[in-house]
Design a protein around this ligand. Structure first.
Ligand code: ZN
Length: 75
């Protein structure tokens, strides 16, 4: 909730995390960037895999309220 409030009160875009005076201005964005490449965030991939295993294991009562916690590898 605090994160949502921070986004709504701040000037950061909830989609990309940049200042909205920049990312909501198409001319500024096009003057700065020529395009984008597709990359994979392997932390998010790991979280997606955990959520998929959880969903496949049984009934998910609140699919938009579940989150993940990364487990540190020992050694
Ligand atoms: Zn944005």
């Amino acid at each position: 909730m605090l994160a949502l409030q921070s986004y709504e009160n701040g000037r950061k875009c909830p989609v990309c995390g940049m200042d909205i005076t920049f990312c909501h201005d198409q001319n500024k964005v096009r003057q700065t960037f020529k395009g984008a490449d597709v990359e994979t965030c392997f932390v998010s991939e790991m979280r997606e895999q955990a959520m998929r295993r959880f969903a496949d294991s049984g009934e998910v009562k609140a699919p938009n309220s579940q989150t993940t916690k990364l487990s540190i590898r020992n050694g």
